[in-house]
Design a protein around this ligand. Structure first.
Ligand SMILES: [Zn+2]
Ligand SMILES: [Zn+2]
Length: 371
């Protein structure tokens, strides 16, 4: 009695993944391989083998599996619509155990997995381009024009590699060919791209002089890239499709722009924060002042409170670099350093001498002397 349940035939759950079905099929197909059948069980093995093939021809195909789940096995019985041209009568004569080596290929070609295309289409190479920008550009974002020397379709032959063509006699100009493939599971027909004309339906009659038939030429091309504000040194920017063109209608590669941010004369960067050291005079530190400091967006004023010690760091909120993802900005940290003048006028000297004669505050002295 034939088991009508395809899942049971393969010994998998109804929820089995395609991978599990593939695995189960492989196992069963190897087991009931007709060549391995004992003399007295040849008929039985052959029957089993057919059953497994029938089951996998449905369950291995997403669409058919859906139909099967909905309508049951009757939708597929008797070599009806579900059989993809499997010819099981031929199984015995073709089947060679050795050919199981490329089992995955066979499975994939049956069910369209694996993506092995033979049209000759090849993706173009990715390109890398290094560029240097200033810290200001990193802070504000910038556009940069870069010049590439990359492979493009030949303008002379529009990338065809030839200027004269004749209809491909292999596929009669259709670009597609029906192939009968012999597999351990039988003969089946498959329509695929014509390998002779790479599914173009025509064959070249000459060779383009400009590109020597390659269809590709190296050309200078200018591209404008937008560098976002907040970019960090070493980041790669991907520009889709701006790599080299693919051959035989393959897609273009991508361009990677690698960005280096130059060191700045005054600012040191720490992620989004900027660090800056500014000199102030002794009097500014003592009496307090409002000074102008550079920021990445221009000048800004900073209040120095009375009695500021050297090396004090002031935080200027939001004056750092913007976040690349647009969530706020870093801060600018300003360290003040009190400078000691080397040259003084007579008047200045006198003033400082006066200052010297002033006694330091008692508490300070006490602290120093430990009393
Ligand atoms: Zn062809
Ligand atoms: Zn050409």
């Amino acid at each position: 009695m034939t088991n009508k349940d395809y899942y049971e035939r393969l010994g998998v759950e109804k929820s089995a993944t395609k991978e599990q079905i593939k695995k189960a099929f492989k196992k069963k197909a190897l087991k009931y391989h007709p060549d391995r059948a004992p003399e007295d069980k040849k008929k039985e093995y052959e029957e089993k083998f057919k059953e497994i093939n029938e089951a996998v021809s449905v369950l291995g195909d997403e669409k058919k599996r859906q139909q099967y789940d909905q309508f049951g096995p009757d939708a597929f019985q008797g070599g009806g619509a579900g059989h993809q041209g499997f010819d099981f009568s031929d199984v015995m004569s073709q089947f060679r155990s050795g050919s199981f080596g490329n089992f995955d290929d066979i499975f994939d070609s049956l069910f369209g997995g694996g993506g092995r295309r033979r049209s000759g289409a090849r993706r173009g190479s990715d390109l890398a381009y290094e560029t240097e920008i200033t810290l200001e550009d990193a802070a504000h974002g910038t556009k940069q024009e870069i010049q590439l020397n990359k492979l493009e379709h030949c303008p002379e032959c529009s990338g065809e590699g030839a200027t004269k063509f004749e209809s491909c006699h292999h596929c009669h100009g259709s670009g597609y060919m029906k192939r009968t493939q012999r597999t351990p599971f039988g003969l089946f027909q498959q329509t695929g791209p014509c390998p002779y004309c790479h599914s173009k339906g025509k064959l070249p009659q000459d060779s383009c002089k400009k590109c020597s038939g390659e269809g590709l030429v190296r050309k200078k091309k200018k591209i404008e890239v937008t560098i976002p504000a907040g970019v960090e040194s070493g980041m790669r920017l991907r520009v889709r499709g701006e790599g080299e063109v693919g051959s035989n209608n393959g897609p273009s590669g991508d361009l990677y722009v690698i960005i280096y941010v130059k060191d700045h004369q005054y600012f040191q960067r720490d992620e989004q924060d900027l660090h800056l050291t500014v000199p102030i005079s002794f009097t500014q530190a003592t009496l307090g002042d409002e000074i102008e400091v550079p920021t990445i967006d221009g000048k800004a004023s900073l209040k120095i409170p009375e009695g500021t010690a050297s090396e004090t760091v002031f935080r200027m909120r939001g004056k750092g670099l913007p976040d690349l993802r647009g969530s706020g900005s870093g801060d600018q940290m300003v360290k003040v350093q009190i400078t000691v003048p080397k040259k003084l006028t007579k008047k200045q000297k006198d003033l400082i001498k006066q200052l010297k004669e002033e006694k330091p505050s008692k508490s300070f002295l006490k602290k120093m002397l430990g009393i």
